[in-house]
Design a binder for this molecule. Structure first.
Ligand code: SF4
Length: 603
């Protein structure tokens, strides 16, 4: 087989045993890799109703068939699991040398189950696996742990780790690598912590099998050259995604004060130009020539790596208009392995709860010191931090008093950084995202600002579906979407690369079909786990966007219309081939070669 190693490393931490398992070409071309492999493995192997933090849960690191080749932005892997935060399918992608080393070690995925008796770290070196004592790593931040491991395993080794947030099972803890690369928002770091697994170190020395490696390399280099020639390249290198702050503010979609508003008076103080003023360097994922991580000097004099979502949520959403302080909160999140988006979300929720007198703690909007110490309390589950560590949905259930109406999440995953009162398609994208509210699975808001912005027409449902599939393809291929999505790299490079890697004949049509299959399987996973309790109410954004109009800015008074939203959701279901509850019909699943899944969902 070309393009894939055809091998998955299975590790049982309870038994300290491992074995390599092969898969065939049919599995590879049906699910492609990354998220596709992860969801199929979870569907097949995870016992129904397994708790997200149970030793039986599976923690999956999966690369794609383009990971590690010399071609644009190919240093990605997906980390996936049943989410302890949402109870559904959860994943995220990370750019890390671990992805490339995994492929060079001869594996396409590593599947970890069980729980070690004591904290350990796992070392995979080509065909050997070691279970090593992590007593002197446990309790360290991700920065400290990785630095210590690099002393033993070298600067170029692949390392992913968790900090205290993951160790203490914060439900939105993520997995970190290389001081700023984060992934697995729905609590994949907590799953790692629940297994007493501090870090995974991978070193591979082999070659990744390619059908035509020389041509693949030449075409890969041509792709890099095309990126360098893009007109927006220079500005991207200056600001990456950070320029989105000003754009979001101008369009009244910048989360402000826990989504009470879509306009932030101090947006210019946390935007792309404010970042440039304190910028130190660029950082990014391996095999990337458009590194989007803006490294700045933060308020504590340390380096912090920024992107739009984190800054919007730790800035405007908590009313903090100081770039250096926002950056310092971002650094705390990365050190602790807390997802920075969810952290900003729960901090905003706590500040609003304090303002309304629903909690005894006094936490003021925009108070950096209080936000920082509360972030640390979350990581260590101290006091109010212990409540917020369960995520905003659970915190609202605990606090009660109507707070569920302004707990900003979908299916339990905290909403990332776009206010959608004036963006119905983006609201639909959040509401139907396969991991809960996350922008990466359908960023349609840029398109929507240009296309009947306030409308609820069926073409919006169609565009959300198209975007969900397109983005899903990247989650399976093991490459970053930004060259195509943000700089306009010709999309035909991707099937070309895939065909040179595998020797097969993929097109965008065949890739879209795979993405649709994977999307439906993720949905089936959620529905199966709901054990008969699934309904279309799972696909509705937070009540605040329907009930409370924007209170400032050019679009003051605007809000979502529930009746029209329901009509848009119906269109979405119809176009997807799902029933009125949002369940894929047997016909749809059979069309996607998921007949076995159809039988389980419709026994
Ligand atoms: S563009 Fe950013 S996210 Fe994408 S590979 Fe490069 S550094 Fe990573």
């Amino acid at each position: 087989m070309f393009g894939w190693n055809g091998s998955i490393l299975n590790v049982d931490l309870s038994k300290k045993k491992w074995f390599a398992e092969t898969f065939d070409a049919d599995f590879a071309s049906t699910y492609l890799g990354g998220r596709g492999f992860a969801v199929r493995i979870l569907w097949d192997r995870l016992p129904l109703g397994t708790d997200g933090l149970s030793p039986r849960n599976l923690l999956i690191f999966a690369t794609g068939p383009l990971t590690g080749f010399t071609l644009p932005n190919s240093g990605k892997l997906v980390v996936a699991s049943k989410s302890p935060l949402t109870g559904g399918y959860g994943d995220g992608n990370i750019g890390t040398f671990a992805a490339i080393h995994m492929r060079k070690a001869g594996y396409d995925a590593v599947v970890i189950e069980g729980k070690a008796d004591n904290p350990i770290f796992l070392v995979v070196k080509d065909k050997t696996v070691e279970f090593l004592d992590a007593a002197d790593l446990w309790g360290l931040t991700t920065f400290e742990a990785e630095a210590k491991l690099r002393k033993s395993y070298g600067r170029a080794s692949g390392i992913v780790s968790i900090g205290p947030g993951g160790e203490n099972l914060v439900k939105f803890a993520c997995v970190m690598s290389q001081e700023g690369r984060a992934g697995g928002r729905p609590g994949m770091g907590a799953v790692m912590g629940s297994k007493n697994l501090k870090a995974l170190v991978i070193e591979g020395s082999g070659a990744i099998p390619a059908f035509n490696s020389q041509e693949l390399r030449e075409q890969g280099l041509a792709g890099y050259r095309e990126i360098l020639a893009k007109p927006d390249y220079a500005f991207w290198k200056r600001q990456g995604t950070l320029g989105t702050v000003e754009w979001a503010n101008e369009n009244s979609v910048l989360p402000t004060r826990n989504y009470q508003k879509g306009v932030f008076a101090d947006a210019d103080k946390i935007g792309g130009y404010a970042a440039e003023a304190i910028k130190v360097s660029n950082r990014g994922c391996p095999n990337c020539n458009m590194t989007c991580g803006n490294v700045v000097k933060d308020a504590e004099g340390r380096e912090a790596e920024l992107d739009y979502e984190n800054i919007a949520m730790l800035g405007g959403n908590i009313d903090l208009g100081d770039m250096a302080k926002v950056s310092a909160l971002n650094r705390v999140a990365d050190e602790m392995s807390l997802d920075a988006i969810s952290l900003g979300n729960v901090l905003g929720f706590a500040m609003e709860a304090s303002e309304k007198g629903l909690i005894k703690e006094k936490i003021q909007w925009g108070n950096y010191g209080q936000a920082k110490s509360l972030s640390e309390d979350i990581a260590y589950r101290r006091g109010l931090g212990g409540i917020l560590a369960e995520g905003v949905h659970a915190a609202a259930v605990k606090i009660g008093k109507g707070s569920a109406d302004w707990a900003m999440h979908v299916k339990g995953l905290e909403i990332s950084a776009y206010d959608c009162r004036t963006a119905p398609a983006m609201a639909l994208a959040y509401a139907t995202s396969p991991i809960g509210a996350h922008h990466k699975d359908a960023w349609v808001i840029g398109w929507e600002m240009q296309h009947d912005r306030f409308g609820y027409g069926a073409e919006k449902a169609a565009h959300v579906i198209e975007a969900q599939h397109m983005r899903g393809i990247f989650e399976c291929l093991g490459v970053c979407r930004f060259p195509m999505v943000n700089l306009g790299l010709d999309r035909e490079w991707y099937p070309k690369y895939l065909n040179l890697a595998t020797g097969q004949q993929f097109t965008w049509d065949t890739l879209n079909l795979i993405a649709e299959r994977v999307f439906n399987l993720m949905r089936a996973f959620w529905i199966r786990e709901s054990r008969g309790k699934w309904s279309s109410e799972m696909d509705v954004p937070p009540a605040r966007w329907f009930n409370e109009p924007l209170t400032s800015g050019a679009l003051k008074g605007a809000k979502l219309d529930k009746t029209k939203y329901d009509g848009l959701l119906e269109d979405y279901y119809r176009q997807r081939g799902w029933n009125a509850n949002g369940v894929p019909t047997p016909t749809t699943l059979e069309k996607l070669a998921l007949s076995d899944v159809a039988k389980q969902l419709n026994p």
